[in-house]
Design a protein around this ligand. Structure first.
Ligand SMILES: NC(=O)c1ccc[n+]([C@@H]2O[C@H](COP(=O)([O-])OP(=O)(O)OC[C@H]3O[C@@H](n4cnc5c(N)ncnc54)[C@H](O)[C@@H]3O)[C@@H](O)[C@H]2O)c1
Length: 362
């Protein structure tokens, strides 16, 4: 089993392990026991994930002596809302769950985010663990303690930083995942190579086949992604500085998602297109060579991810970016690529963004 520790500085009691192992779903119960948790626990999942692997996790928890309350949230991003969080609170209150009772989040990023938010706020905070079942959740959302729900006016507007007690990652659970969901998760994996580790990026370039299914290369990619995210979160838990490098490509991606009503593209697909734009913007500003942008685009393309949204007009993207981003004294902040494995935060004049977009997206 691979263990990666998320060490939160000066707050040792909140540091936690990420366990990565094929088949670890059957070990969640004993794992919780080793964390000193016992008695009752709540399992939050959705009907689809429950039908795929819920009973295995329940069996493991019951086998370790837990009395399990299972709560199902409807499947889909549209249910990552306060009304569903409230439904979970109702169940926890009805069942008189106490402050020491852990909550297990079993599912993708939607389940992880809403469950983490409920755990952060129910009785002012109860322990929770993440058992992520999509690639995006395994390499990104389950690690780092960002929890929350959407608001009609925007995504993730309500939330809290609240770290889990542990993360249990079973790569085998991805075997049932839709291929398009797997590809979307790979966009975030590529991002870690771009922002942090050229060697890892090269590994991805050399193993594109092995990343399209649950093979050793994918398991290695999950491990390295978690290591990098753990490291960044350790340095800057609440995104005051370094953590914002995790947003490489995301300014453009959020704009693409907003313009297309959050329905046309999966988040990872938008991130893929956003990274291509961010990389070519970096090249245009002279921050990196054109070859850097080409390499990023080629890898994403080979992985089957979209690299451009030809139907989008630049005015719409710019408009969405201006809603999303603070413009201070006419400048906007971007994560730009210097080379593969190294990025920099830079304030850019709004006119430069506009000129770039006018050329890139007609
Ligand atoms: N907290 C963070 O740091 C962070 C980071 C990135 C994204 N997010 C959030 O994550 C969410 C997206 O997460 P997601 O991409 O995992 O989407 P998701 O949770 O909606 O899962 C995608 C689909 O896959 C299904 N599914 C889950 N596991 C499966 C499995 N093993 N086999 C088959 N189907 C399975 C789900 O039921 C769902 O239908 C967004 O709400 C986003 O805001 C949070």
């Amino acid at each position: 089993m691979r263990t990666i520790n998320v060490e939160l500085e000066q707050r040792q009691e909140r540091s936690y392990p990420i366990y990565i192992e094929r088949g670890i779903l059957d070990e969640v119960g004993p794992g919780l026991g080793r964390l000193g948790l016992k008695g009752r626990c709540a399992l939050v999942t959705n009907p689809l994930v429950r039908s795929i692997c819920g009973e295995r996790v329940i069996k493991s928890l019951e086998g370790a002596g837990f009395d399990v309350l299972t709560v199902e949230v409807k499947d889909g991003e549209q249910y990552k809302i306060l009304a569903e969080a409230s439904m979970i609170y109702d169940r926890l209150i009805e069942e008189k769950l106490e402050r020491s009772t852990p909550i297990v989040a079993l599912g993708g990023g939607v389940i992880g985010d809403i469950t983490g938010f409920v755990a952060a706020t129910y009785l002012r905070g109860v322990p929770y663990v993440q058992v992520p079942t999509t690639l995006l959740a395994q390499v990104d959302s389950s690690v780092g303690g960002k929890t929350g729900v959407n608001h009609p006016r925007g995504k993730n507007l309500i939330g809290a930083f609240y770290q889990p007690r542990a993360v249990f990652i079973d790569p085998d659970v991805l075997k049932t995942l839709d291929k398009s969901e797997l590809r979307a998760g790979l966009a975030e994996v590529v991002k870690y190579g771009v922002i942090w580790d050229e060697g890892f990026f090269r590994f991805l370039e050399e193993n594109t086949q092995g990343l399209s299914a649950v093979e050793d290369a994918l398991v290695r990619a999950i491990e390295r992604s978690c290591e990098i995210k753990a490291h960044v979160v350790k340095e800057d838990e609440t995104e005051k500085g370094l953590r914002s490098i995790l947003n490489f490509g995301h300014t453009f991606a959020h704009a693409i998602e907003a313009v297309t009503g959050y329905t046309r593209y999966k988040h990872g697909e938008a991130v893929s297109m956003g990274m291509v734009l961010a990389a070519s913007f970096s090249a245009r500003l002279g921050v990196c060579e054109e070859t850097v942008a080409d390499r990023i685009e080629n890898l994403l393309k080979t992985l089957g991810l979209p690299v451009e949204a030809p139907e989008l007009r630049y005015e719409a993207i710019l408009g969405a970016m201006l809603v999303d981003k603070k413009v201070l004294s006419g400048r906007m902040r971007f994560v730009l690529a210097k080379k593969i494995g190294d990025v920099v935060l830079r304030d850019v004049q709004r006119e430069e963004v506009e000129a770039f977009l006018r050329k890139a997206a007609r």
